[in-house]
Design a protein around this ligand. Structure first.
Ligand SMILES: NC(=O)c1ccc[n+]([C@@H]2O[C@H](COP(=O)([O-])OP(=O)(O)OC[C@H]3O[C@@H](n4cnc5c(N)ncnc54)[C@H](O)[C@@H]3O)[C@@H](O)[C@H]2O)c1
Length: 345
């Protein structure tokens, strides 16, 4: 019997040697599909037969579309694992992957790359928070059009010291951000679906969702995007916030209703914002682009050599563990832990 096949969707940019070394245990293959229709056609024509695991990047969604029921249905029976190179896996539909019936190959197990992203993403959040608090974007724009601080000087910014940062989603990135925010003298509160134990909370105060909205001077959005968190923050939630609140989003654009944010900024309810993520990337709402009070980054959260390298190495590690049957070493997504345990029996 030949080696199991592993499919690469997207590029390996930093961990090429580790990827090449996978060929010791697997036959490495790629897809020539340029879009979802072509990918589905390849799968249905049997070109992916024998593939056991795939490595995928965030941009490879252009090649496959979402990993939903339609895509799952087209995959060969041999396909068992999808290793996603990222922490947030909203491009996968965990339910659809799990629901594949036994006669079609049974559940497909997904892994992600948590924790390796924490520092770089939290650092990006700190940059956006300070920049938004200080209104730096207005003066950056003025300087670049050779107008020094602008025709009228920008409004004075605010110091982080003593302000309450409310972290919505106190996971890996949220907790990392909390530590850094403390170094700036901020008071830290958070909201999660459940209160953390004392060690994980590390002194941060647990607030209900509404309390967090009402009391925070700065709100960091750090929850995964899912049907439950889509537009978690919209008109009603902005109305509950302090006037002049600073909103930072390093999670996913669609957790915030972008049109409602534009309005809240225009009304002065939200004082300024720092955004790394957008509802329809790479498109950015024109109301955000037009507003100097918004500091914008094009999804740069993990855009560092060290972090991208760590992520690739980790993701390839998940593929290798899957192929070698070392399931306990895989960082499986929360929704698939039980299915992996079944497989391990
Ligand atoms: N900007 C970037 O480049 C970048 C990089 C990495 C991750 N991300 C995004 O950041 C998100 C968070 O990453 P993480 O590694 O901290 O994830 P994580 O799973 O460690 O933490 C997420 C936290 O959110 C909480 N949560 C989930 N749903 C909630 C809800 N409805 N209300 C309140 N809390 C809720 C969870 O309990 C968990 O504590 C990812 O899902 C991803 O979308 C963005």
């Amino acid at each position: 019997m030949g080696k199991p096949k592993v499919l690469l969707l997207g590029n390996i940019d930093h961990a090429q040697l580790t990827w090449d070394a996978l060929s010791e245990v697997a036959e490495l293959t790629t897809s020539s599909a340029k879009d979802r229709a072509a990918f589905l056609a390849e799968a249905k024509a049997g070109k992916l037969d024998g593939v056991v695991a795939a490595y995928r990047t965030f941009p490879s969604v252009a090649q496959t579309g979402l990993w939903d029921a339609e895509l799952v249905d087209a995959l060969p029976k041999s396909f068992k694992f999808i290793a996603h190179n990222g922490a947030g896996y909203d491009q996968l539909r965990p339910d659809a992957l799990l629901a594949r019936p036994a006669d079609k190959g049974g559940p497909i197990i997904a892994t992600n790359v948590p924790t390796a992203v924490d520092d770089a993403t939290a650092d990006t959040g700190i940059f956006l928070m300070l920049g938004a608090l200080r209104n730096f974007n207005t003066s950056i724009m003025a300087l670049r059009r050779n107008a020094w601080r602008g025709e009228t000087p920008p409004a004075l910014g605010h110091d982080p010291q003593g302000k309450l940062i409310g972290i919505l989603g106190m996971g890996g990135i949220g907790r990392n951000f909390a530590n850094k925010a403390r170094a700036f003298g901020m008071r830290v509160a958070y909201h999660n679906r459940r209160e953390l134990d004392a060690a994980a909370a590390a002194g941060a105060t647990y607030l209900s969702f509404d309390e967090l909205l009402a009391q925070s001077d700065v709100i960091l959005v750090s929850v995964p995007l899912s049907p439950a968190t889509h537009h978690l923050i919209s008109t009603a939630e902005f109305a509950k916030m302090k006037t002049g609140v600073v909103v930072v989003n390093t999670a996913r654009g669609a957790v915030i209703d972008e049109a409602a944010l534009v309005k809240a900024l225009d009304d002065g309810k939200v004082g300024s914002a720092g955004l790394d993520v957008f509802e329809e990337e790479p498109k950015v709402h024109p109301g955000l682009v037009a507003n100097d009070k918004v500091l914008l980054l094009p999804h740069m959260g993990t855009w560092t050599k060290e972090t991208q390298t760590k992520m690739e190495e980790w993701c390839i590690g998940n593929v290798r563990s899957a192929v070698e049957g070392k399931y306990e070493q895989m960082s499986v997504i929360g929704e698939h832990k039980e299915a992996l345990a079944e497989l391990s029996k």
